[in-house]
Design a protein around this ligand. Structure first.
Ligand SMILES: Cc1cc2nc3c(=O)[nH]c(=O)nc-3n(C[C@H](O)[C@H](O)[C@H](O)COP(=O)(O)OP(=O)(O)OC[C@H]3O[C@@H](n4cnc5c(N)ncnc54)[C@H](O)[C@@H]3O)c2cc1C
Length: 298
């Protein structure tokens, strides 16, 4: 049957793919096939696509670098909008203006090259700007809320573009997470003048720490669970003796128990079953309920 939305986008010369293999767009390397994938190359293309999707009545998902998502198995309905093509980054004084699909690593490199301090924490986070603002991503004492001054959002309910200066940030939470109709298009980050050598050294040493502590050699979505108040998820999981526990191809990393890794051929069902085992073991032993940080799209 002819897919009208697909034809409309092809006619408008927007890159898109039917039956898109989602595992290729997830750092977990897990996922079935999405009904339609769209790859806009500019903010105006993205806005155009969303107006057409809304008219078609299909549900849609905005995907940055797919580094905090578990896609379900099998066939997934809806439209998957990949923002990687929106990758502009501009430095002006101590401000950086970046589009939603720009990688955090590229933005941190721009800061480093401009001797701007404040984004050292972000260099090793494998996400896009939009995903990082959405998640209020953070590491090693820094988080996006420290540097985000404003962002431009598309309200997909009415097609309006808004400038947000309040993001309601808290731990791994933002107004974007709480307002599913908002899509982050770009953001303005404010940094401070710093010493280029010190910034470079800080980024280098944080990268070493990551490589030493995290199972970067396996596909994953980073820390699978949020940090429960007063605890560390990885420590609780390790203290339950769960390191190395496997369901199918999904394993509790032996290097860092807070990571679920794909040791080969893991399915979303494997990961979810492993998640359940972890959550119940930690609750039984410590009375702490672990909450998933990774976003599930199924
Ligand atoms: C090895 C590894 C290490 C990691 N280390 C860290 C870490 O130190 N700290 C940390 O916080 N996270 C970490 N993560 C998790 C992840 O990188 C971050 O959460 C990152 O910010 C997600 O960005 P993304 O572009 O990949 O988002 P995605 O995974 O693509 O999406 C995440 C969520 O954001 C939404 N989203 C994406 N873009 C937009 C947009 N433009 N507008 C609206 N919503 C959007 C998606 O719909 C989804 O709900 C790690 C992951 C891995 C694999």
């Amino acid at each position: 049957m002819k897919n009208d939305l697909y034809s409309t986008l092809v006619d408008a010369k927007i890159a898109c793919e039917q039956n898109v293999p989602l595992s290729g767009y997830s750092s977990f390397r897990i996922g079935g096939r999405g009904e339609l994938g769209i790859f806009p190359k500019s903010v105006s293309e993205l806005v155009f696509c969303i107006s057409k999707i809304k008219r078609s009545g299909k549900k849609f998902y905005v995907i940055g670098n797919g580094s905090n998502i578990l896609f379900g198995d099998g066939e997934l309905d809806g439209v998957f909008i990949f923002t990687k093509g929106l990758c502009g980054v501009r430095v002006e004084g101590n401000r950086i203006y970046a589009e939603a699909g720009a990688s955090l690593s590229a933005i941190a490199t721009a800061a480093e090259e401009g001797s701007l301090t404040g984004l050292e924490f972000a260099k090793g986070i494998p996400g896009s700007l939009g995903g990082a603002v959405y998640m209020n991503a953070g590491a090693y004492g820094g988080q996006m809320s420290d540097v985000t001054v404003s962002s431009t959002a598309l309200d997909t309910e009415n097609g309006e573009t808004l400038t947000l200066t309040e993001h309601g940030f808290s731990y791994r939470d933002s107004v974007y997470m709480r307002s599913p109709s908002l899509v982050c298009l770009s953001a303005e980050l404010r940094l401070s003048a710093g010493n280029g050598d010190e910034i470079k050294e800080k980024m280098r040493s944080l990268a070493v720490q990551r490589r030493e502590k995290q199972p970067l050699e396996f596909p994953s979505a980073g820390s699978y669970f949020k940090r429960p108040e007063g605890h560390f998820a990885g420590k609780l999981i390790e203290d339950c003796g769960l390191k190395g526990l496997r369901v199918g191809g999904a394993e509790v990393s032996k290097k860092h128990a807070g990571f679920i890794i794909n040791v080969g051929g893991a399915t979303a069902a494997d990961v979810s079953e492993l998640e359940e085992k972890i959550v119940s073991a930690v609750y039984e032993r410590f009375g702490v309920t672990l909450e998933r940080e990774v976003r599930l799209i199924k």
